[in-house]
Design a protein around this ligand. Structure first.
Ligand SMILES: Cc1cc2nc3c(=O)[nH]c(=O)nc-3n(C[C@H](O)[C@H](O)[C@H](O)COP(=O)(O)OP(=O)(O)OC[C@H]3O[C@@H](n4cnc5c(N)ncnc54)[C@H](O)[C@@H]3O)c2cc1C
Length: 318
């Protein structure tokens, strides 16, 4: 049996959780899923649609929102009870954080950002991303239970029939386990399509020139029912909020269409969008590294090209 730790935000599953359940099914047909917090109760049906057998719902008065150590305690309690061959999550910030705690409590290694996993004795084998995906490392992991996260989008989520039976339990938690937890959220709620789930992303880099330059990107994103993304230079300059950053230290995305406008294609940016199905690069520099990844390249000034794209898209929709 494989135990998957679900990543959800107040009851909404992260779009990559289905990928973790699918990856786990390839290792063992029985996949149980841990969902932490009563808000996650309604995720059972969606998890079942990816083949989850039992959804273990950890409920406690102190589990009001995301709490990494408490989530790990709940996972470790299940490991003691169910003896899974592996504990798996997708390598989202929350997934990696919880599994790091799980591995620490169990005193076993943690293999993060895997592309492939093979459960075996005397050592498990993992193929994982290093250097932002520029290098694939094959490694042996010596531990009874394998604790591993899959890189987001390393596996495509495939539907399967699972029972999705909900088994509620109250994990044993100390006060210190919820010392780090989300207590409040400030700032604007994300409007429109979320970056991680967007089928179309219109992304801007330094070449956009400033915050006001993003107006035309927003217009195009709206017309294509897409989301805005950006490079780290853009968030570091305060032109756009951090939650729009794509890359190694931002969100990892794999939309159907990724439009990179005025983005050079540094390895740290590519690490977050290289699995996009179609990449369109708009850049004045024909030798920019992004061109090595682009399916379509438009060599020119984005301030001319994007308004033309907006006009053409608007005309096509009329
Ligand atoms: C530890 C670490 C983590 C990092 N994580 C990330 C990350 O998660 N995401 C990320 O993006 N970066 C990340 N970076 C930063 C990364 O190395 C690059 O500095 C950054 O991605 C560059 O952003 P950019 O492409 O917008 O800017 P630049 O590299 O400056 O590129 C600007 C591009 O715009 C083009 N351009 C200029 N004017 C125009 C115009 N008018 N029309 C069309 N094209 C134009 C230029 O030709 C150029 O190619 C990280 C760096 C480090 C060290």
């Amino acid at each position: 049996m494989i135990l998957v730790v679900a990543d959800h935000d107040r009851g909404v599953l992260d779009a990559t959780t289905g990928q973790a359940v699918t990856a786990a099914r390839a290792l063992d047909p029985q996949v149980d899923v841990l969902v932490v917090g009563a808000a996650g109760r309604d995720t059972a049906a969606e998890l079942a649609s990816y083949g989850a057998s039992t959804v273990h719902l950890a409920v406690s008065d102190s589990l009001t929102d995301y709490a990494p150590l408490a989530s790990a305690r709940a996972a470790v309690e299940l490991v003691g009870r169910l003896s899974p061959a592996a504990v798996i999550a997708t390598g989202t910030p929350r997934g990696n954080e919880v599994l790091a705690h799980v591995a620490s409590i169990l005193d076993v290694p943690f293999a993060a950002d895997c592309q492939q996993v093979t459960i075996a004795a005397p050592a498990h084998e993992v193929v994982r991303n290093r250097w932002g995906g520029n290098l694939l490392e094959t490694a042996k992991v010596h531990s009874d239970v394998l604790v591993a996260s899959f890189s987001p989008h390393a596996v495509r989520a495939e539907p399967a029939e699972g029972a999705g039976t909900v088994a509620e339990f109250a994990p044993v938690l100390a006060d210190a386990d919820t010392a780090v937890r989300v207590v409040d959220r400030v700032g604007e709620g994300a409007a429109g399509v979320g970056l991680a789930e967007a089928r179309v992303i219109v992304s801007g880099g330094r070449g956009v020139g400033g915050p006001e330059g993003f107006t035309v990107l927003e217009e195009l994103a709206d017309l294509l029912d897409g989301a805005i993304g950006c490079s780290r230079v853009v968030t570091s300059n305060g032109w756009r909020p951090h939650n729009e950053q794509v890359g190694q230290t931002g969100t990892k995305v794999a939309p159907d269409l990724y439009i990179a406008a005025g983005i050079s294609g540094a390895t740290q940016h590519i690490a977050g969008m290289r699995t996009s199905k179609t990449i369109v690069a708009i850049n004045t520099d024909k030798d920019a590294p992004i061109m090595g990844y682009a399916h379509y390249a438009v060599i020119g000034d984005l301030h001319t090209i994007l308004p033309a794209l907006v006009a053409a898209t608007r005309a096509a929709k009329e």
